[in-house]
Structure formats: structure tokens, C-alpha cells
Write a protein that binds this ligand. Structure first.
Ligand code: UTP
Length: 224
């Protein structure tokens, strides 16, 4: 039995509206994977929901970073409930919030969400990998590769297919902020490096994801 930890970016689930078409195809691939006897732990991000709620709250009154993070956390939990529900009979009924707690289920699909302020679900995913002693985590976001600079803000960026954590930390920087839009959060990078985790960053292509699950060639960046 193979266990996969997948950090599913909120921007993949809710880029604007909820991406129903994507989720339908994603559901099919995940069910095929677990029907072969494998297990998958999916941690959901907050996406547009998180960013809209955080931005709106900030406009209404002065709030501290922790307040904003809690709104983000609850957005990730809403997405987690969406995922848990669409996998209904196959998924553990409880959403994992504390990624360091022992997980007691033999269900093949486990859904996790945000835990506490100060980080992202990427960090929670790394903690889950540590908890379940899994050596590789997949991070699906809305970009196909890690770039040397944020492609949303810069032109002429270069893609990097293989890099180490030192290089990755240089790219993502050191600063945490609620709703941070970075390929992998700085805290998650530090912990991943410390525990020797390999992270595979892929974009939203379902065929690519399927190839990766099946051990075939895929498009993406590998950080280790
Ligand atoms: P994420 O940053 O994980 O979701 O959580 P996202 O923005 O959808 O991620 P990507 O970039 O698409 O992968 C949303 C927000 O929730 C709060 C943070 O403010 C975070 O930016 N959060 C999440 C926490 O404070 N703690 C957590 O454990 C998880």
C-alpha cells in the first residue's frame, strides 16, 4: 500500500468559483488510486474564499494577523468538508485539524485542513508527512513548475525542475502573512528541509497528476 500526501492548493479548488469540472475529474482519479489499495491524505487550502474573506474583514475594522489567519483556517475547513463529502463512503468522516495527532482510521481517503495561525496548509501537510512517516508529498497549485521569481508578478521568469531546500527558501523568502500566495510557505520549507522531505510541485493538469500517481513521467518541480 502506497500513502500519498497531497497538499491541494485552495487556488486549485476555488480559483474564483468552485472548479466543479476539475473536482469531478480529480474524484475519478483519486478513487481509481485508492481502489488499487493505496491511501491518500488530502489537505485543502483556502483559495479565493480565504483571500476574499481576509480582504473583506481587513476593510471593515483593524484586525490582527491571528484574526485573519483564523478566517483563512475556516476557509480551508470549508473546502475540506467539500472534499470529504464528494468522497463520501470512501473518506474518514473526521476532518484532520491537528496534523500531529494519531490518525485512527482504515479509510483510504483522509481529508485534512488548516490547524492554527501562523502558517499555511503546506506546513500542515509537512507535519502530516512527518506524522505518517511518508517521505514524499505532492503539492498541487496553479503553476506547473517552481519559478526563480513569482510568475504572477514578473516577466521572463525561469522554471526550475530540480532544486534543494536552500534554493527554495531563497525563492519563497522568509516572511509569513495571512493569505500569502507563495508556491510553498517559508515555514513549510524550513520543516521540510529539517525532516528530509521530498516535495513534488505540480500544476492543475489531471493527466499529469494521474501519471505521477502511476509512477509515470510527469511535469513538475522536485525539491529535496
Ligand atoms: P492556505 O494558504 O493553505 O490556502 O490557507 P491557499 O491560500 O489556498 O493556498 P495555496 O497558495 O492555493 O496553496 C489559507 C490561509 O489560512 C490561514 C493562513 O492565513 C493561510 O494563508 N492558515 C491556514 C493558518 O493560519 N493556519 C493553517 O494551519 C492553515
Amino acid at each position: 500500500m502506497k500513502t500519498i500526501i497531497l497538499s491541494l492548493g485552495g487556488s486549485v479548488i476555488v480559483p474564483g468559483d468552485i472548479d466543479v469540472k476539475f473536482l469531478k475529474r480529480f474524484r475519478k482519479i483519486v478513487l481509481e488510486f485508492v481502489k488499487k489499495g493505496n491511501r491518500i491524505v488530502i489537505i485543502t487550502g483556502g483559495g479565493k474564499t480565504a483571500r476574499d474573506y481576509i480582504a473583506s474583514a481587513e476593510k471593515i475594522t483593524k484586525l490582527n494577523v491571528e484574526d485573519l489567519d483564523w478566517i483563512g483556517i475556516h476557509s480551508t475547513r470549508l473546502n475540506a468538508h467539500l472534499l470529504r463529502t464528494i468522497f463520501r463512503d470512501y473518506s474518514y468522516a473526521k476532518i484532520i485539524k491537528n496534523p500531529t495527532e494519531k490518525i485512527k482510521t482504515n479509510k483510504k481517503i483522509i481529508i485534512a485542513a488548516g490547524w492554527k495561525p501562523g502558517c499555511s496548509t503546506d506546513y500542515d501537510g509537512v507535519l502530516l508527512a512527518q506524522n505518517l512517516k511518508v517521505k514524499t508529498m505532492i503539492n498541487m497549485t496553479n503553476v506547473n513548475y517552481v519559478h526563480d521569481r513569482n510568475p504572477m508578478d514578473h516577466k521572463n521568469t525561469k522554471i526550475i525542475k530540480e532544486l534543494n531546500w536552500k534554493q527554495m527558501k531563497k525563492i519563497v523568502g522568509n516572511k509569513w502573512s495571512p493569505g500569502l500566495n507563495s508556491p510553498f510557505d517559508p515555514e513549510a520549507c524550513k520543516l521540510a528541509e529539517k525532516i528530509g522531505l521530498k516535495v513534488i510541485m505540480i500544476g492543475k493538469s489531471i493527466i499529469n497528476f494521474e501519471n505521477l500517481l502511476n509512477g509515470k513521467g510527469f511535469r513538475g518541480s522536485v525539491i529535496e
